[in-house]
Ligand binder design. Structure first.
Ligand code: ZN
Length: 61
């Protein structure tokens, strides 16, 4: 079970929110154009997601 203050999970969810929020607010991302900020946010999210999933996989009984 994840602890309530699971720092990696919190960062992962925050990165997800940032990425989604940017996608809503950014005109370039909404029209599928290149956006450095959007790419940076998504890459950050993807890295945390990988780290989180790798850790979960290790914790399997
Ligand atoms: Zn953007």
């Amino acid at each position: 079970m994840a602890k309530p203050t699971d720092e990696l999970y919190v960062r992962y969810m925050r990165a997800y929110d940032d990425s989604v929020q940017h996608g809503i607010e950014c005109a370039a991302c909404r029209s599928d154009q290149d956006c450095r900020e959007g790419a940076r946010l998504y890459e950050h999210f993807a890295r945390l997601q990988d780290a989180y999933r790798a850790r979960q996989a290790k914790r399997k009984p």
